[in-house]
Design a protein around this ligand. Structure first.
Ligand code: ATP
Ligand code: MG
Length: 417
């Protein structure tokens, strides 16, 4: 089989992260991952295309140098802001055995038959399960014998005007969009496993500008939500209350997040803590941060209550860097959520850097899709040009460490659930 390059790019408010991998025989091999400071994205939405293009292209070029692989088709990961999902079923007749072509046809039919409003477009189609001649099959359907195949799908529907901005970003850059994934839904690749996916589980990514939430039942996404708040709000609150610049406040926040409560409680200390020449009252720091974290978590709780599935949720997984590094986060979480909740930090996962988790998960999602369909080009509304990118560099860097991160994360979850 030809080696196929899979390049993914997670568009975050604070950082961009990219992964280059190849699909080889039965394996996804991660060749390199890299992140950089983001620009032009606010609350998960692309606001300044030019600014964002500069950082995105420079990140992809850096990664090309690092891996010596030229990427062209990029699978992008975006926030759930202005995105909705809906579940549909579609049926195709099978000649003898189920083939990739049958599934591709079913996916195309489902998209064609679904009525969208003028300002919407389908960006992704997820396969939830199959019913082959009345038998439910969850995965590995290829080559099964049968005559009638029903597929349960989730359509991911986004605001067309937002998606067009991403196409505009890549225009004339030498790159084009291969597929569009929702960052929170690819979180499934990292956080759902055989054990926990049989129940209702929530994953929530609290980032810089947005908090994205997905609820899965039996591994099927039942609801997604996006709240336009995150770590940046904590920084802004500190900046306003302490009268600092945003940068100073952000710096101070990161320095004291791991011990801000202990500092607040230690009466032997001076009233103020300092970073360089900047001083802030310990009490003010604690109260401002604490109130905002509680607010963010309460918003998540309200969204979950509104899903109609609240009583069935067995566990909540919180990831992203927005609030997870604060000293008393576990305590605040216990206060707000009455459901078992796990806060994920890079140390929990035994990795140095959690920034690239989402771009790696996108690559894994694209890899799985290629294995099933032999083609990732199944979205009818995609405007990409059809430059198939196949660059057959044999001698690629052997990035064992990064390659093992997803496996490691899975092992971690096997232990806690
Ligand atoms: N050690 C830390 N302590 C406190 N806050 C931190 C720490 N490290 C990062 N942050 C905050 O986490 C936020 C960035 O989180 P993350 O990298 O998950 O966001 P993103 O994916 O770029 O953004 P989004 O998902 O909102 O588009 C920033 O607000 C940053 O200040
Ligand atoms: Mg993010």
């Amino acid at each position: 089989m030809q080696q196929e390059i899979i390049t993914s790019l997670d568009f975050g408010t604070q950082k961009l992260s990219a992964t280059v991998a190849i699909r080889e025989k039965d394996e996804l091999k991660i060749l390199g991952v890299q992140s950089c400071k983001s620009a032009g994205i606010e609350k998960g939405l692309l606001l300044d295309i030019d600014k964002c293009r500069d950082v995105a292209v420079s990140l992809l070029k850096d990664l090309e140098k690092k891996t010596t692989v030229k990427s062209e088709r990029i699978s992008i990961g975006i926030s759930s802001n202005k995105v909705r999902i809906t579940e549909v079923s579609t049926v195709v007749n099978i000649q003898e055995k189920v083939t990739s072509a049958d599934i591709r046809k079913a996916l195309k039919n489902a998209q064609r038959d679904f009525i969208l409003s003028d300002d919407e477009c389908i960006v992704d189609v997820l396969i939830n399960f199959y019913i082959l001649d009345n038998k439910v099959i969850r995965k590995d359907i290829l080559n099964w014998k049968g005559s009638k195949l029903e597929i349960n799908l989730t359509l991911v529907i986004a605001a067309k005007s937002e998606i067009e901005k991403y196409y505009e970003l890549f225009r004339k850059t030498g790159y084009n969009i291969g597929s569009i994934k929702l960052n929170i839904l690819v979180g499934k690749q990292v956080f759902l496993n055989e054990k926990n996916s049989m129940e209702s589980i929530v994953i929530a990514d609290i980032g810089a500008g947005t908090t994205d939430i997905a609820l899965f039942t039996d591994g099927i996404p039942k609801s997604i939500n996006s709240i336009p708040i995150g770590g940046r709000n904590i920084t802004k609150d500190l900046a306003i209350c302490g009268k600092f610049s945003f940068l100073k406040a952000d710096n101070m926040k990161k320095i004291y997040s791991s011990n801000y409560k202990a500092l607040y409680l230690d009466n032997s200390l001076e009233e103020e803590i300092e970073v360089g020449t900047t001083k802030v009252s310990r009490k003010l720091f604690y109260e401002v941060v604490n109130a905002r974290i509680e607010e963010i978590l309460s918003h998540i709780n309200i969204k979950l209550k509104n899903t109609g599935h609240y009583d069935r949720i067995c566990s909540i997984i919180l990831y992203g860097d927005g609030v997870n590094y604060f000293e008393d986060i576990d305590e605040i979480v216990r206060k707000i959520f009455k459901i078992k909740t796990k806060v994920i930090r890079k140390n929990d996962l035994g990795i140095k850097n959690s920034e690239n988790i989402t771009s790696m998960a996108i690559a894994k999602e694209v890899y799985d899709r290629l294995n099933l369909l032999e083609d990732d080009n199944i979205i009818l509304t995609n405007k990409h040009n059809d430059n198939k990118v196949i660059n057959e560099k044999e001698h690629l860097h052997n990035n064992e460490g990064e390659n093992h991160i997803l496996k490691k994360v899975k092992v971690f979850f096997d232990k806690i659930f």
